[in-house]
Design a protein around this ligand. Structure first.
Ligand code: NOJ
Length: 747
């Protein structure tokens, strides 16, 4: 059955490819076909080639590189940072190459170009599409000025393991939240029109399963069932395609034995046939060649054959396509129709970008670090900061107090920018110390440790002396930027170096401690949590992190973020995520037996009989969706509009939210659903909606969500989308672990 289906799909595909060539359906397709018909095979192969060497070129461009462009042998460049080189290469392409096909210049513009926004995991903590869209629009305006019209972002890898260094770049663990933010990112990068000179085409990456790397070890194997693939990992990519993302990037990893750059099922069946994607797919850096060490391709030629047949359009940096496409054609291992189709996808995007009419960059460099950009970056840092603990309301600091600022990241302009910020200029960064200075805060700064991994205790006594002489300690620590990002996984994810030791010394002074964390991932806090009064997670907050932190700790602004990932107590709990399945023995809190309570010499038994760790139990440190503010909200009267849902009858779920605190505040009202029994087991909860509400003290608001049958559908392991009759539970609450529940059923 499956074989017949695959055959029919292939037939449809071939017919579609022929149709594309012979019967263009619109003006764009006509242009694509006309161009293709004029191109030599060498030029076609050239379009499949993304060259990444030019960033290393200092001074003059080598003649060989210019000649390759003149001959039409390169379709796009990455990392050309010298604008004179950009202009010269483009001039050669559009004036001297055979068919005058413009180049596209690409770069990793991940969370800002010059004005750096919080790392993507931080942006996800904002749960705010507008904030995400602002960040990607600003990035596009700034980067396009340098000729960069293609960014390798957004990264959409769902990540459930904080050891993985690239969790910093991810949208977190939830597909619903990630999909919403994806749409915003794509719209911001690409702008209102692809042919606007400030539009930067998006690249949804990494397709697919990169975040499921075993043990959080980068580049590692992913084993993903079809149900997980469709329900968890694919939705953000579908959202990117629906939002019009013009490109996707394959991932380094293999999934279920197939490296992503050679996965025909994913690149053709899912992406083209199911999602209807008509842009192009680029490999990751040398990932075509890396199929050899993966044990999937015998040699570079075989790698080219596998990737071309899978439907990969463009090869990043390795040269399998360049070297072997002709031979493969001669040997009949690929067809010219296939090559035409792969090239057509690239030409279509170049035409949409308007590069044939306006190939050159428009210099808008007076916009770099514009006030409006900085303001948006500051707002994003506030929206994404998560207040995790606030004992006795130590924050905000409202009266004028003497503050001891301690810690290795209080004044580190480059570190607070985070991973993937090649172009962010540290001299524009505003650190917390800069902000305290310019706001005349009464502070005394003693670093104590000079970088996050510093193990030296030589300055501890100075730090303790400053602490003793203060009313409150603000400790700004975490991880340097280099400790997260690509290939920067950690097995232990506590505060590195001697930071915990220093905090313990400071705690002995009896002064309240506000811990501000700048890091690329959740940090396990077990050793020091009881020693600190407040914990504010700012992730790596970007250029304007300092002013944002200033405003938050003094109550000028409220931290508004909510966790986009479950925060573990210890790394040994990982992977950890809220939308897990139940076991046959779900946790019974009252019956949990902690390791130290087991009698010595106890008889062998399956203590507690549930799924837990003897030493750390079954709860995370903080659940997905968690975050405090400076006021208090009470949720009441959760109700569903009907006890049954039908095809024509959506149901409404309502709650009354009241601000019972003393200041205006913002909360993110979250809706979770559980499908109680399914043909395959269903998660204990899934996020299905959220709304940000801002209320004055004593103000009340009725918050309403609408659920349709479509919202309840899920994929089974036969890749079938279902919704089944039966009972559903629904919760509205402040995070994934709480909420007032109600029920309804589909009959
Ligand atoms: C490797 C990374 O995995 C990818 O995300 C990035 O876009 C490319 N290198 C290009 O720098």
């Amino acid at each position: 059955m499956k074989k017949i289906y695959v055959f029919i799909c292939m037939l449809v595909c071939v017919l579609m490819a022929c149709k594309k060539e012979q019967q263009p359906t619109n003006e764009l397709e006509t242009e694509v076909s006309e161009l293709l018909s004029k191109m030599t095979l060498d030029e076609k192969i050239g379009q499949l080639n993304l060259r990444g060497t030019s960033s290393r070129v200092k001074g003059q461009l080598p003649d060989s590189l210019k000649q390759a462009v003149r001959d039409g042998k390169i379709g796009a460049f990455l990392n050309v940072t010298n604008t004179e080189h950009v202009d010269e290469l483009q001039r050669i392409a559009v004036e001297e190459s055979p068919n005058k096909i413009p180049l596209i210049f690409a770069r990793d513009v991940i969370h800002g170009y010059k004005t750096i926004f919080p790392i993507p995991l931080g942006m996800a903590a904002s749960w705010d599409a507008q904030v995400a869209k602002n960040s990607s629009r600003v990035a596009a305006i700034e980067a396009s000025s340098f000729g960069i019209r293609w960014t390798f972002a957004p990264m959409l890898d769902i990540a459930r393991d904080s050891r993985w260094g690239r969790i910093a770049e991810s949208p977190g663990e939830d597909p619903f939240l990630a999909s919403n933010l994806t749409k915003a990112y794509v719209e911001g990068f690409q702008g209102d029109s692809l042919n606007d000179p400030t539009s930067m085409i998006a690249c949804a990456k990494h397709f697919i399963g990169y975040g499921a790397a075993i043990g959080g070890r980068d580049y590692n194997t992913a084993i993903i069932s079809d149900a997980q693939l469709h329900n968890i990992y694919l939705p953000p990519f579908k959202s990117a395609v629906d939002a019009g993302s013009q490109t996707l990037m394959t991932s380094f990893n293999e999934m279920n034995g197939i490296p992503a750059s050679g996965d025909r099922r994913m690149l053709t069946t899912v992406l083209r046939e199911e999602f209807g994607f008509d842009g192009f797919v680029v490999s990751d850096w040398e990932s075509v060649e890396e199929m050899i060490p993966h044990g999937f391709a015998t040699d570079l030629k075989h790698a080219a054959e596998l990737s071309l047949n899978a439907g990969l359009n463009m090869e990043m940096t390795s040269k399998a396509f360049e070297k072997y496409t002709k031979n493969l054609l001669k040997e009949g291992k690929i067809t010219e129709t296939q090559i035409n189709s792969l090239v057509a996808d690239i030409l279509r995007v170049k035409l949409r970008m308007g590069l044939f009419e306006k190939p050159y960059r428009v210099d808008k460099s007076d916009n770099l670090y514009a006030d409006a950009h900085l303001q948006m970056a500051k707002e994003a840092a506030i929206e994404s900061s998560v207040l995790l603990k606030n004992k006795n309301n130590v924050l905000p600091i409202t009266t004028r107090k003497k503050i001891a600022v301690i810690g290795p990241l209080a004044d580190k302009p480059r570190e607070q920018l985070g991973t993937w910020t090649f172009d962010g200029d540290g001299t524009y960064t505003k650190t917390p110390i800069n902000a305290f200075q310019s706001n005349n805060v009464n502070y005394n700064f003693v670093e104590g440790l000079s970088y996050s991994r510093d193990k030296s205790t030589k300055d501890f006594s100075k730090a303790v002396a400053a602490a003793k002489n203060s009313d409150v300690i603000v400790f700004i620590g975490g991880e340097e930027a280099i400790l997260s990002g690509e290939a920067h996984s950690r097995a232990n994810i506590n505060l590195p170096g001697a930071q915990e030791q220093l905090i313990k010394e400071l705690a002995k002074t009896g002064k309240p401690i506000v811990l501000i964390i700048m890091a690329g991932r959740p940090i396990t806090l077990g050793n020091i949590l009881k020693d600190v009064d407040a914990v504010l997670m700012t992730w790596h907050p970007g250029t304007m992190g300092g002013p944002a932190i200033h405003d938050m700790i003094f109550g000028i602004a409220e931290p508004k973020g909510r966790l986009p990932v479950t925060w573990p107590k210890v790394a040994g709990q990982l992977p950890l995520f809220y939308n897990h399945k139940n076991t046959g023995r779900p946790v019974i809190p009252e019956e949990f037996v902690q390791m130290d309570s087991i009698p010595i010499g106890a008889w062998q038994s399956s203590l507690g009989n549930t799924t837990h760790y003897l030493d750390v139990g079954y709860l995370p440190q903080y659940p997905f969706g968690y975050g405090l503010g400076y006021t208090k909200f009470v949720y009441s009267k959760t109700a569903v509009s009907s006890s049954t849902i039908t095809k024509n009858n959506d149901i409404m779920v309502k709650v009354i939210v009241t601000n019972v605190g003393e200041r205006k505040g913002t909360d993110i009202v979250q809706l979770y659903v559980q499908d109680v029994v399914g043909r395959i087991t269903r998660p204990v909860r899934e996020l299905k909606g959220y709304q940000k509400v801002t209320l004055e003290p004593n103000e009340q608001k009725e918050v309403t969500f609408t659920l349709s049958l479509d919202d309840l559908k899920y994929y089974d392991n036969q890749e079938k989308l279902n919704v089944e009759k039966g009972e559903f539970k629904v919760w509205i609450g402040q995070n994934s672990a709480v909420g007032i529940s109600a029920k309804f059923s589909y009959e």
